[in-house]
Design a protein around this ligand. Structure first.
Ligand code: FUC
Length: 832
C-alpha cells in the first residue's frame, strides 16, 4: 500500500461514516404485483406479497421460456428483396423501400414464462397487529411479521445461489401455534405428485409457442402441442418440508403443517433447458434429477448453514460498492411507500437516491449469475404467459441497458451472463446474415430470446420496419464484449472469445455498408429505432439510409475492433480496412436547429419528443462525441436533448440521466433521477406520461420493465465516475444535492478501483487500487496537490485509455481543468 498525502489547503482528511442501508419496509401486505418484493439467486425468482392469511409467492425459473431452437431460415424469399430496397432508397423512394423491407422479416421471438404460485394458507380468527414486512438488500432476505392473539408469527425467505433453493422459515412465538397449508398452482398444465415423505412435486411443460402480447390476430396465441417433440420446455418444481416440530400431512392438494412452532421449507425448480440449440423436450436435460440433487444437497444442511452461505455469497458481490450521499434522515425510517410519497413532494432524500442505486445492484445480483442466462426485460420476475414484449431481449436499447451498471459498479462477473449469451445470438446471427442478406459475419435484429433469435421479427411481413428491420444489434452487443475486456484486462478472454466475435460483427458491417453518391459509406436500409421522419415533401417513414445511430454504432464497433486488434497485435490488414471505412463514413451532421441530426437529411421528426434518442448513442454509451474532445458536436447533442425534452418514462428517462451525466451536467441528471424515482401506481401501458417507480422500487415504463432500474443505477455511476475518454474523470457530473458524499469500490477501465470522499463538491480523499498496473490519469474539478501527482501531458500511456481521435475532435481532456498522472503497479493501493 502506498500512502500519498493529498495536500489540501481547505481541510484535513475526514471520512463520512458509511451506514448500512436500512431495510426497505412496508406496514401492509402488497396489494398487487408492483408492491410485492423481488428476491432471486439469478436463476430462481420469487415475488413475495407478505399477505397474512394467504401469502402469495409467485415463482420464476430463468430458463423457462416458450418455444425451442430458432428456425434458421424461416423466410427463404427474404433474401431476394434487399436489392429492391436499396434501389428504392437510392431514388429516395422511402415508402416503396419500407414496403419491400417488410418482406425481409422472419418469426417473432418466444416469451419468458412464469413457473407458478406457492400459496401459503394460514387462517386466523382475528386481525393482525404490529404488521411489518421488509426487503433487506444488504443480506438479500425478506421478512413478514405480525401478531395475532398475542402470538407473533414471522416468515423469512431468501433464495440461495450456493444451494439453489428458496428457503422459507416460519415461526410462532408460542409453542404449537403454527398451522398452515402450502398449495401450488401454475398457469401451465401441471401434474402434482408426492415424491417422497413431506415433498410435493409439480411437473409440467412451458408452451411450444407464445405470441408476443401485441400480436392479436392468431386464434391460438399460446399452444403447448408440438408434433415434432422438440419444443415445450419441461419443468419440475418441488416443495419440501425440511424441518418442523409440528405434524405434517401431504397430498397432491398441498402440504399441511399443524401444531408447529417452527417450520423450514425448501422450494426449488429445474427445467430441461439444455442450451440455445437443443430441443428442450427431446434433447432436454433431466429436470427431475436436477431438482432432486438441489434438494438433497440443501436438505442435508441446517437452516443457519444455508443462510450464512447465502449471505456470504450475496455480499461477495454487493459489498464491493458503498455509496453515501447524505446523512440518513428521518425519511430513512419511513415505510418505502410513504418515503416515496414524501420524496415526490419534497425531494431532498439523497439517501433514497443512494438506496435506489444499490437496489439496481441488488436486482442484478439477484437476476444474473455467471453460468446462467441474461436478465430479460423483467429480470427474472414475470407472472404472465404473454408478458409485455414477451419479456425477451430487446437489443435496440433494453437488453444492453440491463448491463450498463455491471462493470462500473463492480459486478463484472455478472456481465458474463450477457457476454456468454452473445455467442448464441451470434451463432443464429450468422445464419440470419447469410440467409436474409447473403452476407458474412453475424447480426442480430431488435429482438432476441433464450434461443438467441436474430432474424428481423414481424411474422414474415406483419411487423413495422421501424423496429423489426433494424440490423445493428450485433454492433451494439459487441460493445459489451469489448467493455468487459476494457475493465477487466482479461487478454485470454479477449483473444479467444471476445475479439473473434467482434471481428465477425465488423465483418457483417463491412458487407452491409454501401457507398452513397458522394462516396460516403452508408447503411442502406437504415432506421433510427423506433422513430419516424417527415421529409421536406411531407413523406412520413422510418426507413431511409445512414441514420446517425447506425453510423455511431459502426464507429463504435470499428474503433473497438481496431483497439482490440492492436492489443492482440493481429489483423493489421483488417485494421487498415476499418480505418479507411471510418475515414469515409457518412459524417455526423448538425441540423438547422443546432441539434445533432438523427437522419441522413435535416428532416423533422413525426414525434419530436419520441422516447428513443437513438442517435445519441454517439454520446452514451458510445464515445464518438464527448465534451472533452468534440465540444461542437456535444453542444449539438445537448440541443437534441433539449428538443426531445425531459419527458419519457422508464428506460427512456434513465438513458437521459446517463446522457446528461456525459454532458457533465449533474443538476440536470439529478432532476431526471428525481423524476425516475417519482412514485406511481399506474398500470397499463403509457410510456409518455406515466412512468416512475412503483412502491416495490421496480421501474414503471409502465408496465414494469427492469431496464429503467439498471439504467438509473448506471446513471448515478456516470455522475460519479467516467473513464471512456482517455482519463478517469472523478465526479464529472456531481449535482449540488450531493455536495458531500462518499463512494467505495467503483471501477474504471484498465482495472482501477476507486474510493472517494468529497465535501463541498471537492475531493478530499482518494484511494485507487490498481489491479493491472499502468499509468493512472485522473481528471478532477478541484486541484489536487500531492508530490506524487504529476500534471498530465500528452497522451495517456495506459493501453486501456487509447482513444480513437476522430475528425470532430478539437480539444483534449488534458486541455482544461485538473488532470494528473501517477504510475501504478499491479495490485497496489494508492491513497491520496
Ligand atoms: C422497445 C421500446 C418500448 C419497450 C420495448 C421493450 O420497443 O420502444 O418502449 O421498451 O422495447
Amino acid at each position: 500500500m502506498r500512502n500519498f498525502l493529498l495536500l489540501l489547503s481547505f481541510c484535513s482528511i475526514t471520512s463520512l461514516e458509511v451506514f448500512a442501508q436500512a431495510p426497505i419496509h412496508y406496514k401492509q401486505p402488497a396489494r398487487n404485483w408492483n408492491e410485492a418484493s423481488p428476491v432471486g439467486n439469478g436463476r430462481l425468482g420469487v415475488m413475495t406479497f407478505g399477505r397474512v392469511e394467504e401469502e402469495l409467492l409467485q415463482l420464476n425459473e430463468e430458463t423457462l421460456w416458450s418455444g425451442g431452437p430458432v428456425e434458421k431460415n424461416p423466410n427463404p424469399d427474404a433474401i431476394k428483396h434487399l436489392p429492391a430496397v436499396r434501389a428504392a432508397l437510392s431514388r429516395e423512394g422511402y415508402e416503396t423501400a419500407s414496403k419491400e423491407l417488410q418482406k425481409i422479416q422472419g418469426l417473432y421471438t418466444e416469451a419468458y414464462q412464469p413457473l407458478g404460485d406457492l400459496l401459503l394458507k394460514q387462517p386466523f380468527n382475528a386481525a393482525p397487529t404490529a404488521y411489518f414486512r421488509d426487503l433487506d438488500i444488504q443480506n438479500a432476505t425478506t421478512h413478514t411479521q405480525f401478531t395475532i392473539d398475542g402470538v407473533t408469527y414471522s416468515r423469512e425467505l431468501f433464495v440461495s445461489a450456493p444451494d439453489q433453493v428458496i428457503v422459507l422459515r416460519l415461526t410462532a412465538s408460542q409453542k404449537g401455534k403454527l398451522n398452515f397449508v402450502l398449495a401450488a398452482q401454475s398457469p401451465h398444465p401441471i401434474t402434482k405428485l408426492i415424491t417422497s415423505k413431506n415433498e410435493l412435486s409439480m411437473r409440467g411443460k412451458a408452451p411450444a409457442h407464445a405470441d408476443p402480447n401485441y400480436v392479436r390476430y392468431n386464434p391460438k396465441p399460446v399452444y403447448y402441442e408440438d408434433v415434432t417433440g422438440c419444443k415445450g420446455m419441461r419443468f419440475d418444481w418441488r416443495i419440501k418440508v425440511q424441518t418442523t416440530d409440528g405434524k405434517v400431512t401431504a397430498d397432491t392438494s398441498g402440504i399441511e403443517i399443524s401444531e408447529a412452532t417452527e417450520a423450514v421449507l425448501l422450494v426449488t425448480a429445474a427445467t430441461s433447458f439444455n442450451g440455445f440449440d437443443k430441443c428442450p423436450d427431446s434433447q432436454g436435460r433431466d429436470e427431475k434429477a436436477l431438482v432432486e440433487s438441489y434438494l438433497k444437497r440443501a436438505a442435508a444442511k441446517s437452516f443457519t448453514a444455508i443462510k450464512n452461505a447465502h449471505i456470504a455469497d450475496y455480499q461477495r458481490y454487493f459489498n464491493h460498492v458503498k455509496l453515501t450521499l447524505g446523512q440518513p434522515s428521518e425519511a430513512s425510517m419511513l415505510a418505502m411507500d410513504a418515503r416515496l410519497m414524501r420524496y415526490a413532494q419534497l425531494g431532498n432524500d439523497p439517501e433514497l437516491e443512494a438506496l435506489y442505486f444499490q437496489f439496481g445492484r441488488y436486482l442484478l445480483i439477484s437476476s444474473s449469475r455467471p453460468g446462467g442466462i441474461p436478465a430479460n426485460l423483467q429480470g427474472i420476475w414475470n407472472p404472465m404467459t404473454r408478458p409485455p414484449w414477451s419479456s425477451n431481449y430487446t437489443t435496440n436499447i433494453n437488453a444492453e441497458m440491463n448491463y450498463w451498471p455491471a462493470e462500473v459498479t463492480n459486478l463484472s462477473d455478472l456481465h458474463t451472463t450477457f457476454t456468454d449469451w452473445i455467442a448464441n445470438a451470434a451463432a443464429t446471427g450468422r445464419e440470419t446474415a447469410k440467409n436474409f442478406y447473403g452476407m458474412s459475419g453475424w447480426t442480430v435484429h431488435h429482438n432476441s430470446d433464450i434461443w438467441g433469435a436474430s432474424n428481423p421479427v414481424g411474422d414474415k411481413g406483419k411487423g413495422s420496419p421501424s423496429w423489426a428491420n433494424w440490423a445493428m444489434g450485433g454492433a451494439w452487443l459487441s460493445q459489451h464484449l469489448w467493455e468487459h475486456y476494457a475493465y477487466s484486462g482479461d487478454k485470454v478472454y479477449l483473444k479467444l472469445y471476445a475479439y473473434p466475435l467482434m471481428r465477425e460483427a465488423a465483418q457483417f458491417c463491412l458487407d452491409w455498408l454501401v457507398k452513397d453518391a458522394e462516396g460516403h459509406w452508408i447503411t442502406s436500409p437504415a432506421t433510427s429505432p423506433e422513430n419516424v421522419f417527415v421529409t421536406e415533401k411531407g413523406v412520413k417513414n422510418a426507413v431511409s439510409v445512414a441514420t446517425t445511430m447506425d453510423m455511431a454504432l459502426v464507429y463504435d464497433l470499428f474503433t473497438n475492433v481496431i483497439h482490440a486488434s492492436e492489443q492482440l497485435n493481429t489483423d493489421a490488414d483488417l485494421r487498415k480496412t476499418l480505418e479507411e471505412r471510418l475515414q469515409n463514413l457518412f459524417p455526423l451532421q448538425i441540423g438547422k436547429k443546432g441539434n445533432l441530426q438523427e437522419w441522413y437529411k435535416d428532416w423533422e421528426d413525426a414525434e419530436p419528443q419520441h422516447r428513443h434518442v437513438s442517435h445519441l448513442f454517439a454520446l452514451h454509451p458510445g464515445r464518438y462525441i464527448s465534451p472533452l474532445r468534440t465540444p461542437k458536436y456535444t453542444e449539438a447533442a445537448k440541443k437534441t436533448l433539449e428538443i426531445r425534452g425531459d419527458g419519457g418514462t422508464g428506460w427512456s428517462k434513465s438513458w437521459k440521466i446517463n446522457f446528461w451525466a456525459r454532458l457533465h451536467d449533474g443538476n440536470h441528471a439529478h432532476k431526471l433521477l428525481q423524476e425516475l424515482l417519482k412514485v406511481t401506481g399506474m398500470e397499463g401501458t403509457d410510456y409518455v406520461n406515466a412512468g416512475g417507480t412503483y412502491p416495490n422500487l421496480f421501474c414503471a415504463h409502465p408496465p414494469f420493465q427492469i431496464d429503467g432500474n439498471f439504467g438509473g443505477t448506471s446513471g448515478v455511476a456516470e455522475m460519479l465516475i467516467q473513464s471512456q475518454d482517455g482519463v478517469i474523470y472523478l465526479l464529472p457530473a456531481l449535482p449540488d444535492a450531493w455536495a458531500t458524499g462518499e463512494v467505495k469500490g467503483l471501477k474504471a477501465r484498465g482495472g482501477f478501483e476507486i474510493d472517494m470522499v468529497w465535501k463541498d463538491k471537492k475531493i478530499i480523499r482518494l484511494v485507487v487500487k490498481s489491479a493491472l498496473g499502468g499509468n493512472c490519469r485522473v481528471k478532477t474539478q478541484n486541484a489536487l496537490t500531492s508530490k506524487n501527482l504529476e500534471v498530465a501531458r500528452g497522451k495517456n500511456t495506459n493501453p486501456f485509455y487509447q482513444v480513437f481521435e476522430n475528425k470532430y475532435q478539437t480539444t483534449t481532456p488534458e486541455a482544461n481543468g485538473f488532470v494528473y498522472d501517477f504510475k501504478t503497479e499491479q495490485n497496489e493501493i494508492y491513497i491520496f
